[in-house]
Unconditional design. Structure first.
Length: 372
């Protein structure tokens, strides 16, 4: 079954690439990462061609929950343990930049994507996580982050997080990229890439630089450690009453839900209960996961009627941070968002556009694909 977002979005169609072409930069992949990269390059006056195998935002970017969170999927204490406090703070600020960019691009380009800033609720699944959530809130509070701890619910509310309609956002941003001069071809699967060429069927794009924005599918074109992992969701018909005030994620980000302004409830995740099955590129729902999503729904909104069930493929990196930069073979990459691309990719699109243009950026080392 298709996602609620794709079902609601007819979308323009862009013709496949049929003839050889040239560009300053060729981008492979038309999810949020590719489209944001195209947008930023085109706005900087760079001649850009984007090649998408399916349609814009048809893969993970059209199948997610639409949360715009700050930070990585884990709480801040866990992020400090993994990246060190200094880098965890740099990553946090980078995702705040992502939020600010989304806000600005939506306003400037008049993108109708139901963008709202109702905050997010981070909920503990066990005692250890609760301790970390409390400590994270205390630490980030000292950085002027607006966060509120709710002891009775063992949760922390991050007041400035956002939510949106991901397909409308990405497809309208694609339109803005085209208005700024980018070319987009759908139905155009790249079968081979090098640092200055992309092969699509019998046509070729010769380019000054090539950027892979192929997330879960990156290892089909380059030697990079991106692992395909499945995520599943469901959506219901609109409910007249409010069940959830704001997007929530629990159990270290493995379980999440939100209620849209129109009353529809969305529930996703529970991958941690079937980690052995939820790998690979198959966009297929399973009863094992969907039963869990149904179980949660029955507890909180037993009268809600499920209208959509879907699956999408995420691209996991080895350390849960995206790979953004130039690879050893000279091809650039902007991928590996580890289930968090709406939180990162508008800003990594800006970052890779700068890197390709030779603009120095202080964040480059954080996301370099060459890191250990
Ligand atoms: C169920 C689910 C819930 C999620 N919830 C959230 C959330 O709430 N917040 C959040 O931040 N993130 C969330 N994510 C993760 C988020 O959706 C992804 O991180 C993000 O969409 C990745 O964007 P992308 O552009 O890198 O990849 P994609 O959207 O997967 O785009 C990659 C594109 O590359 C194309 N492609 C691949 N190979 C080729 C080729 N050879 N030639 C041409 N094109 C090619 C594909 O067709 C695809 O369109 C969720 C993901 C899932 C599955």
């Amino acid at each position: 079954m298709t996602s609620i977002w794709l079902d609601e979005s007819a979308g323009e169609r862009y013709a496949p690439l049929r003839e050889d072409a040239t560009a300053d930069v060729a981008i492979v992949g038309g999810g949020i990462a590719g489209v944001a990269t195209a947008y930023h390059l085109a706005r900087a006056g760079v001649g850009t061609i984007l090649l998408e195998a399916r349609t814009i935002a048809e893969a993970a970017s059209g199948r997610n929950a639409g949360f715009l969170l700050a930070g990585v999927a884990e709480n801040f204490v866990a992020a400090c343990r993994r990246y060190g406090e200094k880098n965890a703070l740099r990553i946090w600020r980078f995702t705040k930049r992502n939020q600010a960019l989304v806000r600005a691009l939506v306003r400037e380009n008049e993108i109708a994507c139901d963008l709202a800033w109702n905050g997010s609720d981070q909920i503990a699944g066990d005692d250890e996580e609760w301790d970390e959530i409390e400590a994270s809130a205390e630490r980030l509070g000292r950085e002027d982050v607006r966060v509120r701890v709710i002891g009775s619910k063992r949760s922390a509310i991050y007041e400035d997080d956002g939510e949106l309609h991901p397909v409308r956002y990405v497809r309208e941003l694609a339109r803005s990229a085209i208005a700024a001069g980018a070319r987009i071809h759908e139905g155009s699967r790249a079968r081979a890439v090098s640092c200055d060429e992309v092969e699509v069927g019998s046509a070729r794009v010769r380019a000054g630089s090539v950027v892979l924005c192929t997330n879960a599918y990156t290892s089909q074109l380059a030697a990079l450690r991106v692992k395909p992992v499945r995520g599943q969701m469901l959506a219901t018909a609109p409910l007249a009453r409010r069940v959830f005030e704001r997007p929530a994620y629990a159990n270290r980000g493995y379980r999440y839900w939100r209620q849209r302004a129109d009353g529809r409830v969305l529930v996703g995740g529970w991958r941690d209960t079937a980690a052995d099955e939820e790998i690979g590129e198959e966009e297929r729902t399973t009863t094992r996961i969907q039963d869990q999503l149904d179980g949660f729904l029955r507890e909180h909104a037993p009268d809600a009627l499920v209208t959509h069930r879907w699956a999408g493929t995420m691209g996991f990196s080895h350390d849960a941070l995206p790979y953004v930069g130039r690879m050893a073979n000279g091809v650039y990459v902007n991928a590996g968002f580890t289930g968090h691309g709406m939180a990162f990719a508008t800003a990594t699109g800006e970052l890779i556009a700068d890197i390709v243009r030779g603009v120095r950026r202080p964040e480059t080392d954080l996301f370099t694909p060459e890191r250990p």
